[in-house]
Write a protein that binds this ligand. Sequence first.
Ligand SMILES: NC(=O)c1ccc[n+]([C@@H]2O[C@H](COP(=O)([O-])OP(=O)(O)OC[C@H]3O[C@@H](n4cnc5c(N)ncnc54)[C@H](OP(=O)(O)O)[C@@H]3O)[C@@H](O)[C@H]2O)c1
Length: 255
Amino acid sequence: MAEPLFSLDGRVALVTGAARGLGLAMARSLALAGAEVLLNGRDEGRLRPGVETLRAEGLKAAALVFDVADDAAVERGFAAIEREHGRLDILVSNVGLRNRRPIDQLSGTDMREMLETNLTAPFILAKRAAALMLPRRRGRLIMVTSVAGSLARAGDAAYAAAKGGLTALTRALAAEYGAHGITANAIAPGFFATETNAPRVADPKVRSMVEMRVPLRRWGEPREIGAAAVFLASEEASYVNGHVLTVDGGLSASL
Ligand SMILES: NC(=O)c1ccc[n+]([C@@H]2O[C@H](COP(=O)([O-])OP(=O)(O)OC[C@H]3O[C@@H](n4cnc5c(N)ncnc54)[C@H](OP(=O)(O)O)[C@@H]3O)[C@@H](O)[C@H]2O)c1
């Protein structure tokens, strides 16, 4: 029988920042498509509920604890992947910090911290993941950027700079690793109703801004990001490389 479209059977995927929010939603979708998913976060206890929920659904999921901004911890994490799985097929680099401050209140230290976690860490993760993918001449690097990487809002300069850099890094990864059978693409979410955004979702002023700016007139639900990750990770996306897949309800397409 022909294999179903978008099957990830037999693939090993690492999703960073998967204790909750978009990371957990993408981890679940990848697992539903058949992948064995390693959910990363900094705390085993915070990862456990997500891992247990996926396992209760009969999905293949395990926790992998490390801080993406700690090079030595990242190295230990990848050594564990090599030891226990011998391969990595899909990286979803999803961790992203935010520091909403006007520029005059944003210090050099704030900016450096933001670039460290949102840009340097994904670079190191991608490089380390690619080293595991190169021997098989196949692999999928998926960077989670943001519409803020191409559309600016006042009071969000560090995040915009880091996500814009991450979008450019995605293209550089695509240009460099394409010759080795590894694709690199990005997902750019718009406004999503994640746990982190709960206070903003509850704020009537933010709600009316979202309803006015987003053509679909609502926040995205985390489950609405998962199919983008599955598509980019799949064999069906074999000729999609260096692309930014925007998932924003039409926000960036409208004035
Ligand atoms: N939500 C949105 O509307 C939206 C819109 C555009 C783009 N994005 C992007 O989408 C991604 C996910 O957003 P989100 O709102 O779902 O994330 P989130 O809830 O803020 O964070 C997800 C997880 O990341 C983990 N984490 C944080 N720092 C980490 C580190 N240094 N190392 C390892 N894990 C770490 C946290 O777990 P622990 O604290 O347990 O480690 C947390 O559970 C981010 O890159 C964000 O910029 C989100």
